[in-house]
Design a protein around this ligand. Sequence first.
Ligand SMILES: O=C1O[C@H](COP(=O)(O)O)[C@@H](O)[C@H](O)[C@H]1O
Length: 234
Amino acid sequence: MTTIVVNDEQELVTKLASKIEKIANDAIENRGKFYVGFSGGSVLNYLCECLQTVDTDWSNWVVAFCDERLVPENDDDSTFGTYKRELIPKTKLVEQQFIKIKQGVSAQEAAQDYTEKLTKAFGSEDFVFDLLLLGMGPDGHTCSLFPGHPLLDETKLKVAPITDSPKFPPERITLTFPTINKARNCLFAICGSSKAEMIQRILKDNDESVPARRVKPHSGSLYWVLDQHSAKNL
Ligand SMILES: O=C1O[C@H](COP(=O)(O)O)[C@@H](O)[C@H](O)[C@H]1O
């Protein structure tokens, strides 16, 4: 595990850009494609800023989601909808490169549909992402995996539906830990003192009850990129 502490959000965005560029270009050079999972929330804002500066062959990116909220694409809470409005116009990524979550159906059907789309994109039922770009809420959740929720112990599903998310909106789909921990690289990007307590519990106290602490890629690399406010208790 590598922990990188930077001064502020601007430095975090710069660090993120250089990490993503290296991992993406290595993946493309070695395997021809770059499979990446985007998160929503604050990571979405960092990515919309930093990806504009990344030098890469965008045509070889395959973009999926670590989780998604089941709301219409034009809703402010839609993760894909926000990337569509805020990121696509600023990069050479096109909408067809995004593996989108079906809307207007039950969470169960959306999870099943997304699993099928990922199987097609990876050409296998084994979803080995090159990079998952992860966020963490002040309660320690990552993706849509919340503290105390039974989905933390899911072992069979690769993508799970959730209909009782404690954070709005309640209906979502999420990658599960078996999928997350198969990734070649998992990178958390965290800013702000509201996350300092959880960062301490994860990185200092090794508190396994915090969902984000359970991200431990089996044979991949784990990066925590923190600003000084979120890292203040370390
Ligand atoms: O609801 C969500 O929250 C987490 C954390 O969001 P943040 O704004 O506190 O960074 C995010 O990673 C996830 O993708 C999103 O659906």
